[in-house]
Design a protein around this ligand. Structure first.
Ligand code: ACO
Length: 327
């Protein structure tokens, strides 16, 4: 089996910043409540003419450039998203066309906020077996379109953005372990009820605002704290390492309190945890690759560093992996 590593990284954040103070003007909320309960200070909103594929294409082009290859060298594109441009065709196909990856197969993967982590592990299999040379794995969300601006429980949490990675064979290091989980019995805790085959859109649906995300915050919180610890310890153990070996923990950025509770369970000190939730909020499947790209651009990752990336979300799903940086 080939060793699989990250050859290139890129991300894209829409320009429009929405601060907690902006939200105070339209919702019964406060900067103080949002900051202390979640760690979020501001988030980015896609502009009206931007959909998920537009954000994804920008991040993809940056990752491809960083890998030093051309779009035509990409064999497969997997997009992890919960906010595709349309239910079909796949957003990955739109990205394929937009960036000129004319030799690539393309599909979307939906695993809640764990979408990019799942997509990464799926994409890695094609490199391991030697079937493909370059797999582009994107996490992208225009998820603010899926939350109700009248619902303070959800609207304050989310932001838009995209992160992309080019996977390929490496000589040493690379992916050391992975752990993926799902528990469909918890599906109702975070759900977009309408617009699919169970409950197609109708005037009644729109009147009840069922076209927007419904979330049982407390249940998601409990699940998240439990899973972040379980997945992390599992991935670390499978890699034959201990928490002390992890240079950077890059967790899903859903809530700073979830991350703080999680790292206590794992035994990783705060200075080795990458945080972007204050600036970008929860961009669902995009948070982990965006945060990876941010610390990479800041020059904080060195060859040989062991990275632990973990996420959790709708499904409910959770997953993570340990990767030895080899760029
Ligand atoms: N501003 C002010 N008050 C608010 C707001 C708001 N934006 N939202 C809720 N409240 C109120 C509630 O109404 C409640 O009032 P009450 O006590 O009078 O009933 C009060 O604040 C406290 O509510 P709690 O639910 O106890 O607040 P909690 O401390 O649990 O924080 C939160 C809520 C932030 C949603 C938290 O539960 C959380 O982060 N859960 C996990 C969410 C998450 O990770 N989502 C990821 C989704 S993953 C995916 O796949 C998309």
């Amino acid at each position: 089996m080939n060793k699989v590593g990250i050859l290139g990284v890129g991300s894209y954040l829409p320009e429009k910043k929405v601060t907690n103070f902006d939200l105070e003007k339209i919702l019964d909320t406060s900067d103080e409540w949002i900051r202390t309960r979640t760690g979020i200070k501001e988030r980015r909103f896609a502009s009206p003419d931007q959909a998920a594929s537009d954000l994804a294409a920008e991040a993809a082009e940056r990752a491809i450039k960083d890998a030093g290859i051309s779009a035509e060298d990409i064999d497969l594109i997997i997009v992890g998203t919960n906010s595709p441009d349309t239910l079909y065709p796949a957003t990955a196909c739109l990205v394929q066309d937009r960036i000129g990856a004319k030799n690539a197969a393309a599909f979307d993967l939906q695993a809640g906020c764990t979408g990019w982590v799942y997509a990464f592990i799926v994409g890695a299999q094609f490199i391991k077996t030697g079937m493909y040379k370059h797999v582009l794995v994107i996490g992208v969300e225009a998820i603010t379109r899926m939350v109700d601006e009248k619902d303070r429980d959800t609207y304050v949490l989310f932001g838009d953005g995209a992160g992309a990675t080019v996977l390929g064979e490496v000589d040493k290091g690379g992916l050391l372990s992975s752990a993926l989980y799902a528990d469909g019995s918890l599906a109702e805790h975070i759900i977009l009820p309408a617009g699919g085959s169970r409950l197609p859109l109708s005037q009644e649906v729109l009147d009840k605002r069922l076209q927007y995300t419904r979330m049982n915050g407390r249940e998601v919180f409990k699940f998240a704290v439990r899973e972040i610890g379980k997945v992390s310890l599992d991935a670390i153990k499978k890699a034959g390492l201990t928490a002390d070996d992890i240079r950077w923990f890059i967790p899903h950025q859903a809530n700073l309190r979830i991350i703080e509770a999680g790292i206590k369970r794992i035994g990783i000190p705060g200075e080795r945890v990458a945080i972007t939730i204050d600036k970008y909020g929860n961009s669902s499947a995009a948070t982990v690759p965006i945060t990876l790209d941010e610390i990479y651009r800041e020059g904080k990752i060195k060859a040989g560093d062991k990275l632990l990336m973990v996420s959790f979300g709708a499904g409910m799903t959770s997953g993570g992996f340990v990767l030895e940086w080899s760029k």
